[in-house]
Structures are given as structure tokens and as C-alpha cells.
Design a protein around this ligand. Structure first.
Ligand SMILES: Cc1cc2nc3c(=O)[nH]c(=O)nc-3n(C[C@H](O)[C@H](O)[C@H](O)COP(=O)(O)O)c2cc1C
Length: 410
């Protein structure tokens, strides 16, 4: 099977943008026989993932895994989240673009592809089922609204009616989230709002808000890409405390950060998560549209405590500016960071970085100088696999762990 990036939406403009054929290939990959078997519903699974806001709204009932597939790892790059939970689940996300207007072009392509394929046997049954039950476009979209025009995003949502919008990194905290949510809901009442947070303070504000999201993604400090710069906490302690704060809201919570295999996923479910999010793991998928040098580094690197850090250095070397100050990205360190720590000037580092950017795959790796955004779980990633296999293996492992009473014997 010709597996084209599920990160199709993540296609970096510099890499030539996404193609309609790659969109279709994602669907083919996902419906490969046996690729995504249904898991028996684990006993600790919440009854319903998504609060029903409309009779026709697709609701996820067996939330286990969300997978994010990224492009070149740019925090401004787009990503796709696949939620291969069988039907009723939200299946996939278009990730944020730096310019929201780029999202419109992506939505056009997705819409055209799906319209063209909705009756064809090449689109997965889950897709057709969702399509036939709702007027929503069965993809979610991520936005970086802190940096771009809300009006553009809202009119895109009004036009394409994606089934979910993923919101993150507000400049003005809950006030922004409230406004974004209100505007999105009024443009498309069936579009779910997914909000990613990383602190108890955010959870408390969210609990008081009248604009409640459909899903809260709780992002631990381990996460790759942007996360809380100074007040983040590991998922193991953060998740249950957020869950306590949000208990009365009954909003489904998803766990993100440091989960790259079935062990972490099962642990997150035991913490009370309704679903899990993986980002870094999918950098090492055959479909990820990232440079081989970057991908090799994801597979090679280990010991995330020592070899990853949160720093704005690589953003600045790349010319990515303006993220709200509460956020910084986790990345694998290399010469740029080490020499920065040793006191080398930014101008020199920038010059060397720009040279490395022209040198191809050798720009990554311990002696490289390019941004290698990734999470703390790099030591758990040993091979590049198809996205479908990653999902399959994680789900099988969760299943095995829950089926085996050994794990729960005291
Ligand atoms: C390369 C990369 C880029 C990311 N970019 C974004 C982004 O633009 N917007 C966003 O909400 N989250 C972004 N994330 C964070 C994910 O939403 C998620 O919290 C994270 O990937 C989960 O942790 P993990 O990477 O350890 O699996 C990014 C993550 C990675 C690895």
C-alpha cells in the first residue's frame, strides 16, 4: 500500500503543500484490513466521550487514542490527529497553520476529496457513517488563533463545518478561549470545541466559564512541541488534579504528554482519561512528512530528561516569533543549544543554523543545529512504523494490560 502522509494536512508549504491524493491515502491506510481493529470497551471507559449538544452530533463512545501526526515539527506547522476508535469517534484533525488562511485551502481540499470519495469504497466506513449522519465535515481543525485572524477562522468554520476545533495557547487566557468558542459555536453549532490546557489555574478558570468545551486535553510537561514554559507539571500528578477540578463539569478529559506506547496509554486511562493524545510517537511514522534526518533523530535519541528541553532558542533560530509568553517548545538538544549554553552569540548560532538548514539531513542529530521538536518520550520510540500499526499496537497493548489481572494484583 502506498502510504502517503497522514500528516497530509501537515504538509509544510515548503515541502510543497498537501495533495488530495495524500488525503485519500490516509483513509486507505486507516482502513487497511486489520489495521484498526475494534477494542473491546475497557471497563473503566466513560460512557460517552462527547457531551451531546445536538441530536445529530457524532459522539465518540470508545475513546482510546488520538494520534497527532506532524509535519516538520514546526510548532507552527499543521498536524493531523487520527482517532481511530471505530465509528462515532472523531477521526482526524487538520492541525494548525501559522496563517489561518492556509487552513481554508486545506479545508477546500479535504472537502473536495471527501465529497468525491464519500460514496466510494475507498473511504473508510467510519467516515461514510459520520458523513451520512451529520452535515459536519468529519475532520477537526487546529488553530493558532493567538497569532492570526479570528474572522478568517470563523468564516472557514462556517463554510466547512468541521466537526471539531482544537484550541490552544490563548494570549489572554480563558477570555480568549471563551471568545473563540462563542464565535465558533455561533458559526457552526455542531462543531465541537477541544481545548488543550496544562495547568490547574487554567482548569479552574475553565470550570467557571459558561463556554464549556466538549473535550479538555490535559497536556503534561513531557509533551513535545509547545507547552507551558514555566508552570507545567508531569502528567501523572497534573491529570488527576485537573480531573478533580473539572469533576463537576463532566467534560471528557484526554491525556497528552509523554505517551508513546500502550504502557503510557493504559496508565493515562487508569488516571481517568477518556482518551489519549500522542504527538511525538507519530513523528516516527512512515506517513509523517518530516525530513529523514529529523525522523532518524526521533528514533535514535533517548533519555528525554537529558536530551530534550524546553527552549525558545530554536524558534528564534528559525524565525518563529510571537507565541504567548507562557509557552515554549520541547525539543531534542543539539549543537545549537549546547553552544548557546556555553555562551556562543545568537548571531553566530543563527549563521551556523542557516548553513545547517542547507545541508540536508545532517542538519539534525547530536552534531546538527536544526530544531528537532519532540517530547520526553523519545527513549520509547525505536522504529518508524505505519501510523495504523502504531495505533494498532498501542491499542493491543492497552487491551492486553487491562485483560491481564496480573497487573492489578496487589
Ligand atoms: C512537533 C510537534 C508540534 C506540535 N504543535 C502543536 C500545535 O501547533 N498546536 C497544539 O495545540 N499542539 C501542538 N503540539 C502538542 C500536541 O498537541 C500534544 O500536546 C503533544 O504532542 C503530546 O505530547 P507528546 O508529543 O509527548 O505525545 C505539538 C507537538 C509536537 C511533537
Amino acid at each position: 500500500m502506498d502510504l502517503v502522509p497522514p500528516a497530509w494536512a501537515a504538509a509544510d508549504r515548503a515541502l510543497g503543500g498537501c495533495s488530495v491524493s495524500s488525503v485519500r491515502a490516509v483513509f486507505q491506510a486507516l482502513r487497511a484490513p486489520g489495521a484498526l481493529p475494534e477494542l473491546p470497551r475497557p471497563s473503566l471507559e466513560p460512557a460517552s466521550l462527547l457531551r451531546e449538544r445536538s441530536g445529530s452530533h457524532p459522539r465518540a463512545r470508545s475513546a482510546t487514542t488520538i494520534n497527532h501526526c506532524f509535519n516538520n515539527g514546526s510548532p507552527g506547522g499543521k498536524f493531523v490527529a487520527l482517532v481511530p476508535l471505530g465509528i462515532n469517534a472523531l477521526d482526524r484533525f487538520l492541525g494548525p497553520t501559522i496563517k489561518t488562511s492556509d487552513m481554508v485551502a486545506d479545508l477546500e481540499k479535504v472537502s473536495a476529496t471527501l465529497n468525491g470519495s464519500s460514496s466510494s469504497s475507498s473511504s473508510p466506513s467510519s467516515f461514510n457513517d459520520i458523513s451520512s449522519k451529520t452535515s459536519s465535515l468529519p475532520v477537526g481543525v487546529g488553530f493558532q488563533l493567538w497569532s492570526d485572524d479570528l474572522e478568517t477562522a470563523v468564516s472557514a468554520i462556517q463554510k466547512f463545518k468541521p466537526c471539531a476545533a482544537w484550541l490552544f495557547a490563548p494570549r489572554e487566557g480563558q477570555r480568549d478561549i471563551d471568545e473563540w468558542s462563542r464565535r465558533i459555536r455561533s458559526a457552526s453549532s455542531n462543531t465541537q470545541i477541544w481545548v488543550q490546557i496544562g495547568t490547574i489555574a487554567e482548569a479552574k478558570l475553565l470550570a467557571q466559564s459558561s463556554e464549556r468545551p466538549d473535550v479538555v486535553v490535559v497536556q503534561g510537561l513531557e509533551a513535545g512541541g509547545h507547552g507551558r514554559a514555566r508552570d507545567g507539571l508531569g502528567l501523572m500528578a497534573l491529570f488527576p488534579e485537573v480531573a478533580d477540578v473539572l469533576a463537576d463539569t463532566h467534560i471528557p478529559l484526554f491525556a497528552a504528554g509523554g505517551i508513546s506506547d500502550g504502557r503510557g496509554a493504559a496508565a493515562a486511562l487508569c488516571l481517568g482519561a477518556s482518551g489519549i493524545v500522542m504527538g511525538t510517537r507519530f513523528l516516527a511514522s512512515t506517513e509523517a512528512r518530516i525530513s529523514p534526518g529529523y525522523q532518524n533523530e526521533i528514533v535514535r535519541a533517548s533519555n528525554g530528561a537529558v536530551n530534550t528541553t524546553r527552549t525558545l532558542l530554536y524558534n528564534h533560530l528559525r524565525g518563529t516569533m510571537g507565541w504567548p509568553e507562557e509557552y515554549s517548545p520541547r525539543t531534542i538538544i543539539n549543537r545549537s543549544f549546547i553552544e548557546h549554553q556555553a555562551g556562543r552569540s545568537f548571531d553566530e548560532l543563527k549563521k551556523l543554523h542557516d548553513q545547517a538548514a542547507k545541508s540536508g539531513d545532517s542538519g539534525w542529530g547530536p552534531e546538527g543545529r536544526l530544531a528537532t521538536y519532540a517530547g520526553a518520550s523519545i527513549g520509547l520510540i525505536h522504529e518508524v512504523k505505519d501510523a495504523a500499526s502504531i495505533v494498532h499496537d498501542v491499542r493491543k497493548d492497552i487491551q492486553k494490560r487491562f485483560a491481564s489481572r496480573e497487573h492489578f494484583r496487589l
